[in-house]
Design a protein around this ligand. Structure first.
Ligand code: ADP
Ligand code: ASP
Ligand code: MG
Length: 401
C-alpha cells in the first residue's frame, strides 16, 4: 500500500511541529505502508521571502523569485527527513527536480507537464520514506519553477496520480472540509464527503483549504483526496466523484473571497467590438477577469463592471488606460468581497438564489454584482460585510444541521 501525505505550512510551522509530523509519518510506516510525504514551507515563510525580494524590487524577476521561493519547502523537507532518520527510519529528502517533476516555463504559476517517477520508485523499492519539497519543479531548460500559491497541494496530488498511490491525505490545521470556514462560522459542520466539482467551486471561490488546481487535477487523474488534521486523529473528509444521494443535499458550502477588486467603466462607447478589445487586452496582459456585468445601453454608452484578483489591479489599470478615449470614467474598488453558495443539488432545484438574495436583504447587505452557474451563486458585496454574509447564508440554508 502506497500513501501520499501532504503537510501544510501550519503543520510544519516550527521544529516541534515538524517532530510531530515525523511521529505521524512513523506511525503510518509502522502499519507497513510505503510513504511519500510532501511538505510546504513553514507557515509565513513564503510570504517572508516575497517581502525580502520586494525590499529590492517592486516587480522582481520571476525566474529568480522561483529559486528564492522554492527554498522554503527545501528547508522543511530536509529537516523532516533528518528527524525521521534520527528516529531510526530510512528517509530521503528530494527537491522537485530530484523527484522528477517537470513543468512548463511559466515562472511562479507553472503547470506540471510530467513526472518522471524513476528516482522516487528506486527509493520506495529500497524501503525508504521519501520527503518531497512541494510547490516546485523544473522546466525543460532546467530552471526552477514554482506552482502558484498553495501549490504543495498540487505537488501531492500529481505525485499520488503519477505513482498510482492508494490515497492522497492532505493534512492541515482543520480536520476536514466544512460547510464554510470554521474560523468565520463556528457552527460550520464537517462534511463526510464532497464531490470534486463542489470542492473545486469552493476552492476557486476562496476556501483556501485546498488549492483549486490540485482538486482539478485530482478529478482528472481520479485521485481520491482525504482532508485531515495533523493535530488530531479525526476521520477527515473524502473528496471524490459525485455519488448517488449527494444530490439530496441542496447546498454543501459557503465560500468567501476577500482578495478581489472591482473595476467599473462608465459611459463606454457602445459599438460592436468594444468589449472584445478591452477583454482581449486584459487577457494579453495575463489578467484573470472573473465576474463581468454590462448594463443595457441607454444613450449610446454602457457601463461595464468586472472583478480581478487584487494583486492584478495595478496591471489592470495600465491595460485599460489604452482605451481612455472610449471610456467616460473609471473607478477601482478593492474593498469588496465575493461570497458564494455552492452545491450540486442546485442543478435540480429552483429558488436557491432567491433564498440567498432574501437572506442578504433581510440583513441590509447590498448585492453589487451577481454571477451564477449550475452549481453556484456568487455575490459581490462590501468587504466589511463579508463574514456577516457567510454567517447569514450558513443560517439561511440551515447548514449547521
Ligand atoms: P495549509 O497551510 O496546511 O495548506 P491552509 O491554511 O491553506 O492550510 O488551509 C486550512 C485553512 O482553510 C483552515 O485553517 C481554514 O481556516 C480554511 N478554510 C476555508 N474554508 C474552509 C472550509 N470550507 N473547510 C475547512 N477549512 C476551511
Ligand atoms: N509555501 C507555498 C505557499 O505558501 C506553497 C504551499 O504552502 O502550498 O504558497
Ligand atoms: Mg494550503
Amino acid at each position: 500500500m502506497l500513501i501520499v501525505h501532504k503537510y501544510g505550512g501550519t503543520s510544519v510551522g516550527d521544529l516541534e511541529r515538524i517532530e510531530n509530523v515525523a511521529r505521524r509519518v512513523a506511525a503510518a510506516r509502522a502499519e507497513g505502508k510505503d510513504l511519500v510525504v510532501v511538505v510546504s514551507a513553514m507557515s509565513g515563510e513564503t510570504n517572508k521571502l516575497i517581502e525580502y525580494a520586494h525590499h529590492f524590487a517592486q516587480t522582481p524577476s520571476r525566474r529568480e523569485m522561483d529559486i528564492l521561493l522554492s527554498s522554503g519547502e527545501r528547508v522543511t523537507a530536509s529537516l523532516l527527513a533528518i528527524a525521521l532518520q534520527e528516529m531510526g527510519y530510512p528517509a530521503v529528502a528530494m527537491t522537485g527536480r530530484q523527484a522528477g517533476i517537470r513543468t512548463d516555463d511559466t515562472h511562479m504559476f507553472a503547470r506540471i507537464e510530467e513526472i518522471n517517477t524513476e528516482a522516487m520508485r528506486r527509493h520506495i523499492d529500497a524501503g525508504e520514506i521519501i520527503v518531497v519539497a512541494g510547490f516546485q519543479g523544473i522546466d525543460q531548460q532546467g530552471n526552477v519553477t514554482t506552482l502558484g500559491r498553495g501549490g504543495s497541494d498540487l505537488s501531492a496530488v500529481a505525485i499520488a496520480g503519477a505513482l498510482g498511490a492508494d490515497a492522497c491525505e492532505i493534512y492541515s490545521d482543520v480536520d476536514g472540509i466544512y460547510t464554510t470556514d470554521p474560523r468565520i462560522e463556528p457552527q460550520a459542520r464537517k462534511l463526510e464527503r464532497i464531490s470534486y466539482d463542489e470542492m473545486l467551486e469552493l476552492a476557486s471561490l476562496g476556501a483556501k483549504v485546498l488549492q483549486s488546481r490540485s482538486v482539478e487535477l485530482a478529478k482528472k487523474m481520479g485521485v481520491t483526496i482525504v482532508a485531515r488534521s495533523s493535530f488530531s486523529d479525526a476521520e477527515g473528509t473524502i473528496i471524490t466523484e459525485e455519488v448517488e444521494g449527494m444530490e439530496a443535499v441542496l447546498v454543501s458550502g459557503i465560500a468567501l473571497d476577500k482578495n478581489q477588486a472591482r473595476v467599473s467603466l462608465r459611459d463606454v462607447v457602445d459599438r460592436p467590438g468594444v468589449a472584445a478589445e478591452i477583454f482581449n487586452q486584459l487577457a494579453a496582459d495575463q489578467i484573470n477577469v472573473d465576474m463581468i456585468i454590462q448594463n443595457a445601453s441607454t444613450d449610446g454608452t454602457t457601463h461595464l463592471g468586472f472583478t480581478v484578483p487584487q494583486s492584478e489591479i495595478e496591471q489592470a489599470k495600465k491595460s485599460i488606460a489604452a482605451f481612455e478615449e472610449e471610456i467616460g470614467g473609471m473607478d477601482f474598488d478593492e474593498q469588496i468581497a465575493k461570497v458564494s453558495v455552492v452545491g450540486v443539488g442546485m442543478k435540480s432545484h429552483s429558488g436557491v438564489a432567491a433564498t440567498a438574495f432574501t437572506a442578504m436583504a433581510d440583513n441590509s447587505i447590498n448585492i453589487e454584482m451577481i454571477a451564477t452557474s449550475e452549481i453556484k451563486v456568487s455575490m459581490v458585496i462590501d468587504e466589511k460585510f463579508g463574514e456577516l454574509a457567510v454567517r447569514v447564508l450558513h443560517e439561511a440554508y440551515a447548514l449547521d444541521r
